[in-house]
Design a protein around this ligand. Structure first.
Ligand code: MG
Ligand code: MG
Length: 305
């Protein structure tokens, strides 16, 4: 991963890729939410191949609506911006708590439990737990990746854990979230898929073999971050475009809004803005679209401040 500091001011291509990563997250979330918790066979029976942003799903979403994957990321990003680019556990916990009070359309069990505990104790760091290996901390990691661009890997990893441990204090969750932030950064710096593979994915699965994905096709990925990442990495490596990657991953069913969101942030960073399908951008909720694009640019601007 790169550790050199980025140029000042933030170059246009980088800002555009950052925006593509954030929009990619929201597009994957909106696309996948329709088929969340369905099996691949149920998806095939109902849609053939699910490839349009159409809302519905178990949350009965309006077409283009996003879920917690995007809205938690946005609330985290706001907290980071308010702290001038620092990732402070207490600010993150307060932001997530405010997000929960606003009654989001969906919320993960681990997130809810540890935010309720924070309300009681005021302690923003959740206790370590071998059970808290859900994908909730990984799915919202993008604003940290953008705010820490150009920082040494160790600083990026520490910032990732600072937000992650508010709800998920678990080594597998950490490994996935840290990998994602660094891989997104690699993509933003112009690393094509091959570079992201060599410098990001390969060392990640070597160091954390639980995430190895070269077994059979991962379908119905659960909210366990290991299954989530296996599905995402398979889809990313089996395809050669943003659109194909997202269609491949959400049609695996399971926690499809989250696999879509994570695949979307990676593929957005790697393939860039021009690769985002225009029909999907048009279908995306305009408020979410604007919020993601604006926040992406503000976060990367921090690196030149
Ligand atoms: Mg969701
Ligand atoms: Mg989900």
């Amino acid at each position: 991963m790169r550790t050199s500091s980025s140029s000042t001011p933030v170059d246009k291509a980088l800002a555009e890729r950052a925006e593509a990563a954030y929009l990619g997250l929201a597009l994957g979330d909106a696309l996948g939410a329709t088929v969340e918790f369905m099996t691949p066979r149920e998806i095939r029976d109902k849609y053939g191949v699910h490839k349009e942003i159409r809302g519905g799903g178990w949350l009965r979403l309006r077409p283009g609506s996003v879920t917690d994957d995007t809205t938690m990321s946005l609330s985290l990003g706001e907290a980071i911006l308010a702290d001038g680019g620092r990732v402070e556990p207490l600010s993150c916990a307060m932001a997530f708590d405010g997000w929960m009070r606003a009654k989001p359309v969906d919320i993960g069990n681990t997130v809810r439990r540890n935010l309720v505990a924070f309300r009681r104790s005021g302690e923003p760091v959740a206790p370590p737990s071998e059970h808290d290996a859900g994908n909730g901390a990984a799915m919202r990691v993008l604003p940290v990746a953008l705010a820490t661009l150009g920082q040494p890997d160790a600083a990026v990893r520490a910032a990732v854990r600072a937000q992650a441990h508010v709800t998920h204090n678990n080594p597998d969750s950490d490994a996935a979230a840290e990998f994602l932030a660094l891989a997104v950064q690699e993509g933003l710096h112009g690393g094509a898929l091959r570079g992201v593979y060599r410098r990001g994915i390969q060392p990640f699965v070597q160091k954390s073999p639980v995430f190895a994905y070269r077994t059979r096709r991962r379908e119905n990925p659960s909210g366990w971050v290991v299954e989530t990442m296996q599905a995402v990495l398979q889809s990313l490596l089996l395809t050669d475009s943003f659109e194909k990657c997202l269609i491949d991953v959400v049609n695996r069913g399971g926690d499809a809004d989250t696999t879509g969101a994570i695949a979307g942030m990676l593929a957005g960073a790697i393939y860039g803005h021009d690769a985002l399908p225009a029909r999907w951008l048009k279908a995306l909720d305009p408020v979410a679209r604007e919020a993601c694009a604006t926040q992406a640019r503000k976060l990367v601007a921090l690196t030149s401040a």
